[in-house]
Ligand binder design. Structure first.
Ligand SMILES: C[S@@+](CC[C@H](N)C(=O)[O-])C[C@H]1O[C@@H](n2cnc3c(N)ncnc32)[C@H](O)[C@@H]1O
Length: 238
């Protein structure tokens, strides 16, 4: 039996959004390797006297994943927990884990995404919105073009911004998004927006206004944004 990996979405922060399937995988694992925010979400499920818990950062993760893989015996399970849904805006790490453990030894367990919670709070259906993450390391020019096109077509947008404080050229948070849209002939004073910070946690807060109001405003890295152009349409309309 090979060394097995669970790649688990644990929800946006509150343990209330942790599924039973996620809990089962975590409990079955001898090793748990994650970022501190994600580990804090599952603190109530892990057993520090029986499981090995390893905290990683962006700089240490590669070494730690390799070390743990090297230490594991056949039949051991490891869980790497991810915030929200592991299938959204996590592929840079997930793809690396698939390489290290081998596709056939990895089970992906979905979680509730911050995007889903933002959709729920704003009443903007996901299927009527462009859903996009700017929280990636690579080039985002195509994503910006998609955003602009969606807004001009009258679609709603549910997005994760890109915090990059050390490089203002890469920073694409709410204020930059508002300026980008205005700079591309969108009347942002008529475009409704929501920003949700720290969703599902006791620090949760929300901003509701127009996209133009976002210029110059700063929000947490832990934020999701909704551009709301939704129009109600019920079965009575058909
Ligand atoms: C690398 S992405 C991970 C997204 C995650 N996989 C998901 O499905 O929500 C990290 C970004 O997710 C968003 N995010 C995660 N948890 C959040 C929360 N509790 N409240 C608001 N935004 C959150 C923030 O934009 C954060 O910078």
């Amino acid at each position: 039996m090979a060394r097995k990996l669970f790649v688990v979405g644990v929800g946006p922060g509150s343990p209330k959004y942790l599924t039973d399937a996620a809990k089962e995988a975590i409990k079955k694992s001898r090793y748990i390797v994650g970022y501190s925010y994600t580990l804090s979400t599952i603190e109530g499920v892990i057993n520090r006297s029986q499981q090995e818990i390893h905290k990683v950062t962006m700089n240490t993760q590669e070494t730690v994943y390799q070390d743990i893989y090297g230490k594991m015996k056949d039949g051991d399970y490891c869980t790497v927990p991810f915030t929200g849904d592991v299938n959204f805006s996590e592929s840079e790490v997930v793809d690396r884990l698939l390489q290290i453990f081998g596709e056939g030894n990895v089970e992906i367990i979905p979680g509730i995404s911050s995007i889903q919670v933002a959709a729920a709070r704003s009443h903007v259906p996901i299927d009527k919105a462009l859903v996009v993450t700017f929280h990636v390391t690579g080039d985002i020019e195509q994503k910006k073009a998609d955003l602009l096109e969606a807004v001009k077509k009258g679609m709603s947008v549910i997005l994760l911004p890109r915090p990059w404080p050390r490089d203002p050229a890469k920073h694409f948070m709410q204020s930059e998004i508002a300026k980008f849209l205005r700079g591309n002939d969108v009347d942002t004073s008529k475009l409704k927006a929501w920003v949700f910070e720290h969703l599902t946690t006791d620090r949760e807060s929300s901003f509701r206004g127009m996209v133009s109001d976002l210029e110059g405003k700063e929000f947490s890295d832990l934020s999701a944004m909704v551009i709301d152009q939704s129009k109600p349409q019920t079965y009575l309309d058909f």
